[in-house]
Design a protein around this ligand. Sequence first.
Ligand SMILES: [Zn+2]
Ligand SMILES: [Zn+2]
Ligand SMILES: [Zn+2]
Length: 138
Amino acid sequence: MEQALQILKRNKLSITESRQVILDLFFEAGGALAHGDIESNSKVSFDRVTVYRTLQTFVESGIIHQIPTTDNTILYALCKDKCEAGHHHDEHIHFICIDCDKTVCLDEVIVPLVKLPKGFKSLQTDMVIKGFCDECKN
Ligand SMILES: [Zn+2]
Ligand SMILES: [Zn+2]
Ligand SMILES: [Zn+2]
């Protein structure tokens, strides 16, 4: 709870129960969470709209970032300190375990700069590695 409070204060967000509880879930998970995980996990039940709005606020404030997946669900993971409101720096690679679906941010691995054809403008680069995590190896 303490960690969540500090993040809300640092980002000048008003402290609400839903924001605190949802942030806590991210700290507990230590990895990425989908919208549905948050709804079903919550100790206090929040309706879809509350969860959706809270996640949007966190994304806009540079607290969490989105990770696209192949099945069109969107995962969210905590950002590192260098993200700010409206300005994310999450060009790292994500690892997805195809067995347990755990998604991990590989913060140390920066997506390589891809040279685009003349006149093309990149907005976002998503790179995903799929395989087995340390608990599902083989
Ligand atoms: Zn970010
Ligand atoms: Zn796994
Ligand atoms: Zn990430």
